[in-house]
Design a protein around this ligand. Structure first.
Ligand SMILES: [Zn+2]
Length: 205
């Protein structure tokens, strides 16, 4: 997206310069190209910034689904990364076991390019709010300059977007395996999007 914007802006500059120097094919042609470039610039961003690729979502779903059961049984977070292997295929790294509140992956990267984090949230605990990604979750991804996926005891899947600094619910209760002990509704209504400020407020409640 950023690269595209730079290319488009460079194109605009070239057109402008060419026009000033009288090198453009003609005012009409230059204006037509300018309009086309602007239309592309205006239409492009919404199509890309909000849409996680289906490939990313499906790899994240498969990976987190396979970790939900063991995460509930051990009441432990499991974490890892979605990454591109040397052949350019999107894969998930092996998961690492954390503890009941956190997880840090520190395995060898083995030629993988890590692009998105993933982690589970352990067993359902009525005393502990774990149906929404935490402030620490979004800050950790931000520190690494990546986005991430989070699964919850209720089987929700969240996308942690550190460009917009918000978390978005990709799918609701039960879209991933859920903890048999999960009781819906105890945490009140859960929104589908929380900004960073919302999360700070949510955690202070
Ligand atoms: Zn978390």
């Amino acid at each position: 997206m950023i690269e595209f914007s730079i290319i488009a802006l460079s194109g605009l500059c070239l057109l402008f310069t060419a026009h000033q120097l009288g090198l453009a094919e003609g005012k009409c042609e230059a204006a037509r190209r300018l309009r086309y470039t602007l239309v592309v610039l205006i239409l492009w961003p919404p199509a890309t910034t909000l849409a996680q690729s289906q490939e990313e979502i499906s790899v994240a779903k498969a990976t987190l689904s396979s970790l939900q059961g063991i995460s509930f049984n051990n009441n432990t977070e499991y974490c890892g990364y979605l990454a591109y292997d040397p052949a350019g295929k999107l894969v998930a790294t092996p998961a690492q076991r954390g503890d009941n509140k956190s997880c840090v992956w520190d395995q060898a990267e083995n030629g993988l390019v890590l692009v998105l984090s993933y982690h589970t949230h352990g067993r359902f605990d009525p005393e502990y709010s774990s149906e929404v990604p935490s402030v620490a979750d979004i800050e950790a991804d931000e520190d690494e300059g990546i986005d991430g996926f989070v699964s919850t005891p209720g089987g929700r899947l969240w996308y942690v977007d550190t460009e917009r600094m918000e978390v978005r619910q990709i799918c609701d209760i039960g879209c991933l395996p859920k903890d048999p002990g999960f009781v819906p509704g105890l945490e009140g209504e859960i929104s589908s999007v929380y900004s960073y400020e919302d999360l700070l407020e949510y955690e202070s409640d």
